[in-house]
Design a protein. Structure first.
Lengths: 120, 120
DNA sequence: CGGGATCCAGGTGGATACTG
DNA sequence: CAGTATCCACCTGGATCCCG
C-alpha cells in the first residue's frame, strides 16, 4: 500500500509507461486486440481475420499480450491442435481505446488523404 | 459525393487506414499530440516537454502531423527564430483518444509489471 | 532558435523451412 | 493446426554537424 513509486508520467524519459505505449504501438498489437473483441478465437481464425500478419508476428504479438496480462492462451488437447486466445479483464479495459483509434483512423482517412494531396 | 471508395477497414491488408494507425503508433506521435493539448507551443518548449526526443525526431514527427492535417506550423519573423505548433480541428478530434491511451498506460502500468513479474 | 543533412547501429518484421 | 528457428532486408531513429 506504500506509495513507493511516483505517479507514472509518459512525458518523463525514464517512465516505464512508455514501454506500455510502445507495445500498444507495435505493428499488429491494436488490430489483434480488436480482433479479439468477439471472444475466444483460434490462432488460425485470428490469422485470417488480421490480413497480412505473418505467423511469426501474430505469435509474437500474442505472446507479448499474454506476458502483459491482456490475453490468455488456452490449449485444447485435440488432434489437430487447437489453441484459443481471449482477452483478460485488463485486455477488455484497453479495448475501447484501441478500437476507438482504429475507427478514428478509418473514419478520418479521407480527410487525411485530402490533407496530404493538398500538399502534393 | 460519389461513394467511389469502399468503407475503410483496417483488417484488410490493402486498407490505407493502416497507414494512419501506423503513423499514430510511431514512437513519438502520441506524446507530441498530447503535449500540444494546452495550445500553441514553441519547438523548444515541446522539445523540453517530451523528454528524450531528439531534435530530428521531433521535427520529423511534427512534419508528419502537419502533412496529415493534424497540426499547423506558424513561423514568427523574429530574432531569434520562433516557431509555434498547434492542433487543427482534426488533431483535436484525435486528442481524446491518444490521451486516453497515454493515461491508460500510466494507470495500468503497475498491473502490467505485476503480470510480467508473475511470469519471471 | 529551429531545424535540415548525413551517417550508421540496432531493432522490426517478413520469408522460409522445420516441428510437435 | 499452431507454432518455433533462422536468416536477413529494411527502416526507425539517435548522434553529430551544419545552416538561416
Amino acid at each position: 500500500m506504500a506509495a513507493d513509486t511516483p505517479k507514472p508520467d509518459a512525458f518523463l524519459a525514464a517512465c516505464p509507461s512508455r514501454d506500455v505505449m510502445a507495445r500498444l504501438g507495435e505493428k499488429w498489437t491494436m488490430l489483434v486486440l480488436v480482433a479479439l473483441t468477439p471472444g475466444a478465437i483460434r490462432f488460425g481464425a485470428l490469422h485470417r481475420r488480421v490480413e497480412g500478419v505473418s505467423q511469426k508476428m501474430l505469435s509474437q504479438t500474442l505472446r507479448h499480450l499474454e506476458e502483459d496480462g491482456m490475453v490468455t492462451r488456452h490449449v485444447f488437447d485435440e488432434r489437430p491442435l487447437k489453441v484459443e486466445y481471449k482477452l483478460t479483464e485488463l485486455g477488455r479495459s484497453v479495448l475501447p481505446l484501441v478500437d476507438a483509434i482504429k475507427r478514428w483512423s478509418e473514419e478520418n482517412l479521407a480527410q487525411i488523404q485530402a490533407a496530404r494531396d493538398a500538399r502534393g
